[in-house]
Design a protein around this ligand. Structure first.
Ligand code: HEC
Ligand code: HEC
Length: 221
């Protein structure tokens, strides 16, 4: 815990800029932390999401991906009724997006409770427990799911669904099953854009989606 605080203090004191995004450039992590109080109402204090995936996990997603999605919500290229009152120019001006996106992408959740020694207080344990996040195992044909994942998804979403270093494509490991299943239905119907959606998702059987989810649920331990 102490380590975490030192780490965030160091982060708060630096300000990074995105060379590619010169017009909006400045990242202010203190501002990001402040904006996160609004996001936390739904996505949780540590951006861990909740309500069984009604609110997706955001912690650790690539900053560029978060920025892109927030912009898609603002322009309504991606429809999101619950976020409508928050993702608009008045509440979230474009120049604030890199700060909140970078803040959230740097939040690290862990999938296992660490070992405690006798000095750890109950309060410290409680704080750490809040950041422990593990996707429940999903019933389904894990072998088939793995095969499908390797053939059709790995190229972009990375080995074991962990995403790829430097890529803006979201990792799938550690994301809520119910949320991803919902997104796949949106891809299949065209409600949300996804590359090659027609080939990848339109003819996917429910058991196949279930199989991919079963496989992905084994990858975050
Ligand atoms: C009132 C609830 C609510 C609030 C507040 C909220 N969100 Fe969301 N957010 C949602 C819901 C619901 C979804 C999932 C929409 C869907 O199913 O497609 C979502 C999805 C997202 C996604 C897409 C994640 C992904 O994996 O594609 C991002 C990024 C996001 N929100 C960022 C934010 C940020 C940043 C804030 C604060 C400025 C915020 N949200 C505030 C409800 C909320
Ligand atoms: C050509 C690259 C590519 C391939 C192949 C691919 N994806 Fe994606 N996927 C993406 C990108 C890029 C996004 C983000 C889309 C956006 O901008 O909204 C995405 C988003 C998703 C999301 C939503 C994640 C979130 O946090 O909202 C899911 C779920 C998903 N893909 C599942 C799959 C599955 C399952 C497969 C294999 C059957 C697959 N994808 C194959 C590139 C790919």
């Amino acid at each position: 815990m102490i380590k975490y605080f030192i780490f965030s203090a160091v982060l708060l004191s630096v300000s990074v800029s995105f060379a590619e995004d010169a017009a909006v450039a400045e990242v202010d992590l203190e501002l990001g932390e402040e904006i996160n109080e609004v996001c936390a109402g739904c996505h949780g204090e540590f951006a861990q999401g909740g309500k069984k995936g009604e609110y997706p996990r955001l912690a650790g997603l690539p900053a560029k991906y978060i920025m892109e999605q927030v912009k898609n919500f603002k322009s309504e290229k991606r429809k999101n009724m619950p976020m409508r009152p928050y993702a608009n120019d008045r509440e979230l001006p474009d120049e604030d997006i890199p700060s909140i996106a970078t803040y959230i992408s740097q939040i690290k959740l862990t999938s296992k409770m660490p070992e405690f020694d006798e000095h750890t207080t109950a309060y410290e344990k409680l704080l750490i427990a809040k950041k422990v996040f593990n996707i429940a195992k999903v019933e389904g044909d894990i072998e088939l799911g793995k095969e499908m994942y390797v053939d059709d998804c790995k190229l972009c979403h990375g080995k074991n669904g962990k995403g790829k270093k430097g890529s803006e494509t979201p990792p799938l490991s550690g994301q809520y099953t119910e949320y991803m299943t919902r997104q796949i239905h949106h891809f299949a119907t065209g409600e949300r854009w996804h590359e090659y959606a027609e080939d990848l998702f339109e003819d996917m059987e429910p058991e196949e989606i279930q199989a991919i989810m079963a496989y992905l649920s084994t990858t975050d331990d």
